[in-house]
Every structure is written in C-alpha cells, then in structure tokens.
Design a protein around this ligand. Structure first.
Ligand SMILES: C=CC1=C(C)c2cc3[nH]c(cc4nc(cc5[nH]c(cc1n2)c(C)c5CCC(=O)O)C(CCC(=O)O)=C4C)c(C)c3C=C
Ligand SMILES: [Fe+2]
Ligand SMILES: [Fe+2]
Length: 329
C-alpha cells in the first residue's frame, strides 16, 4: 500500500438521494437533528421535528428539489457541482495529493470518504468545508464530524481544516470576474445587484457566531472591488426556516420593496454558496423572480455561483495551495 500521501477533501452540505418525500424526510431528519444546526434543546426540538416538521416539510421540499433535479446525473446540482470541483482539482497539487469530496449530510458521507483516503495511503488530511463565511451550523459541524469520524475509525492522520475565506483576495477577485462576465452577457443592465446570503437565526449571532460579520465583510470588499455603492449592491439573507427571527433584511421582501420603490431590473448574486443548489436554483431563480415580478419588477437575473467555472477552480487552487503550504510538514 502506498503511504505518506495527502488527502484533500472538499465538503459541502449535502442533499437527499432522490427528489421524493421519503428521501427528503430521511435527509431532513439527519440535517435538522444536528444540534449545531438547530440550537434548541433536543427535548423540546425533537418532538416538534418528528411530529410537525417531518410530516409537512418533506412534501414541499421534494416538490422543490424535483424542479431543479439533475435528471441526467440523477443527483442534486449541489452534488454534481461538488464532484466537478473535485475533478477539476485532481492532479493540481501533484500525484501525492488525492482529491475527493464528501457531503456533511446524506451521501457520500465524510466517514466513507475518510476511509477511502486512508485506504489510498493518506497520512495527512486537508479538509475544505466550502463555506466562505464561517457558521457553527456549517463549518463548525463539519469540524465536529471530522473529529468524530476519525475517533470512531481509530485513525490519527494530521488533520487541517481550511479556515473561512470570506475576505481572501482570491475569493473576492473570483466573485468580481464571475459577476462582471455574467452581467456583460445579460440583455439588460440591472439597476442593482443584490448580494443574497443564506440566513441564520439571529440568536446564533447573539451567542457569538461570526457569520453575519463575515457576510458583511464579503459584501463590503466586493463592492469596493467592483466600485459599487451599498444602494447599488445591497446585502440580504434568504432561506429563513421556522418562526424565529433570522438575520435581516430578508431577501424576498427586500426585492418586493425594491420593485415597489421603482427598481425594474435586478440581478442576484449568491456569494456565500460555493455551488448552485436548491437555495439558489429554486428559492432565488424561481421563487424570488416571481416575487420581484409580482411586485412590479420586470427583468430578473439569477447569477450562477462560482461552481467549477475557470475563475472558481483557479480560486480553489490558490486557496488550497496556500493552505497546504501553510501547514507544518
Ligand atoms: C435551522 C435551519 C437551517 C440553518 C441554521 C441553516 C444554515 C445554513 N445552511 C447553509 C447552506 C445550505 N442550506 C441548504 C438547504 C437547506 N437549509 C435548511 C435549513 C437551515 N440551514 C433546509 C431545511 C434546507 C433544505 C432545503 C429545504 O428544505 O428548503 C443548502 C442546499 C442543499 C441542497 O441540496 O441543494 C445549502 C448549500 C448555510 C451556508 C447556512 C448557514 C449560514
Ligand atoms: Fe441551509
Ligand atoms: Fe430554501
């Protein structure tokens, strides 16, 4: 068996295995039972989850997944794109660096892919949770799972986890290139480019989560790089879940307010998502478009994420190259 190799594991959130009620229920049960995601004591949350959420939400979510499902690959776009990102990085760091990918929830699991890297002779693991902005509900839970799985497997490789990259010059530069390329291809000029980030309960931020600060800093740096004002490039949060207050302003009400205030043409960029997924392809490209139009808006462009674009892959290569160089060997 080869040894002394390095494993580079790209990690994103995960999706159901099929756009069906049953598969979505399994996925949501795992995802929403994670105490880093829903910070309500299990004694209170589990009955709500099992008796209400898992009886109602899977049907709605499955219908939404069905709208965006990649029928050819028979997979969610999030998985298709994450696989493509890993494939594009294969060989980029030399033959001794094995590149693989995993999902925090569902398949392929972090545990399964760690086992594969071990079998390939890796003695060092560089894990890259593909979340530019840190949140306990995303990067934090990936760190927990990596540690838990290595413990369970009784394996002790050197483990390094990519820090959040919300302010990295290569990330901001890639967003700028992607934004400008996509804007130039539109047949209209948007009056505003909305920066829409996934939301988080306000309480998590009050308890110390740096997520809101990271989102604001990404937005500030991107505006600076693009020479746009806050009015031309506002920030909002999407994907609110449940009844509690989440970070504000909420994206869809803001888009409706903009349309009612006279904005006719908008583009929406989702810089917090490394890959297009249900939140960008359904909630924004379908739902938010309808909301904006119903309120009087005319032109709406949902811009793609960095995905496996040239600029997206070049950014990952730079970030991950620096990350490996910075580790003590
Ligand atoms: C309490 C609920 C949720 C928190 C907190 C949360 C944080 C959070 N999520 C992402 C990124 C993604 N979330 C995605 C889907 C998704 N998120 C929630 C709930 C919470 N997210 C749900 C219920 C779902 C499933 C979809 C649905 O039923 O509407 C996805 C996409 C997954 C896919 O398969 O396409 C991503 C990516 C971040 C970055 C974040 C915290 C900042
Ligand atoms: Fe989410
Ligand atoms: Fe959503």
């Amino acid at each position: 068996m080869a040894s002394g190799r390095t494993g580079l594991l790209l990690i994103n959130l995960g999706s159901p295995d099929a756009p069906t009620e049953e598969a979505v229920r399994r996925y949501l049960d795992e995802f929403l039972s994670d105490r880093r995601v829903v910070e309500i004591p299990p004694l209170i949350w589990q009955p709500i989850l099992k008796l209400f959420v898992l009886r109602t939400r899977p049907k709605i979510s499955a219908a939404n997944y069905a709208k965006i499902w990649d029928r050819q690959a028979n997979e969610s776009p999030l998985k298709v794109i994450t696989r493509a990102q890993a494939a594009a990085l294969e060989g980029a760091f030399g033959a001794d660096v094995v590149v693989d990918w995993a999902m925090r929830y569902g398949t392929p699991s972090i545990g399964e892919r760690l086992e594969r890297l071990r079998a390939a002779g890796c003695e060092r693991i560089f894990a890259a949770p593909l979340y530019p902005q840190y949140a306990g509900a995303t990067t934090g839970t990936v760190e927990d799972e990596l540690a838990r799985e290595l413990g369970r497997q009784g394996w002790k490789p050197a483990l390094h986890v990519l820090p959040p990259y919300y302010d990295h010059p290569a990330y901001i530069a890639a967003l700028k290139v992607s934004l400008e390329r996509q804007l130039a291809a539109l047949d209209f000029v948007p009056e505003a480019v909305l920066l829409s980030f996934h939301g988080l309960p306000k309480r998590s931020v009050e308890r110390g989560d740096p997520y809101e600060r990271h989102c604001r800093e990404t937005a500030r740096l991107l505006r600076l790089a693009c020479g746009r004002s806050e009015a031309e490039m506002p920030l909002a949060y999407q994907s609110r879940f449940g009844r509690a207050e989440w970070l504000q302003p909420y994206a869809e009400p803001l888009l409706a307010e903009m349309a009612r205030g006279g904005t006719r043409r908008v583009a929406v960029l989702t810089p917090g998502f490394a890959a297009d997924c249900i939140e960008t392809l359904e909630e924004i490209a379908i739902g938010a478009r309808e909301t904006f139009r119903a309120a009087g808006g005319e032109e709406f462009a949902a811009l793609t994420c960095l995905n496996a674009s040239d600029e997206g892959v070049a950014m990952l290569q730079q970030l991950l190259g620096e990350f490996q160089d910075s580790a003590i060997r």
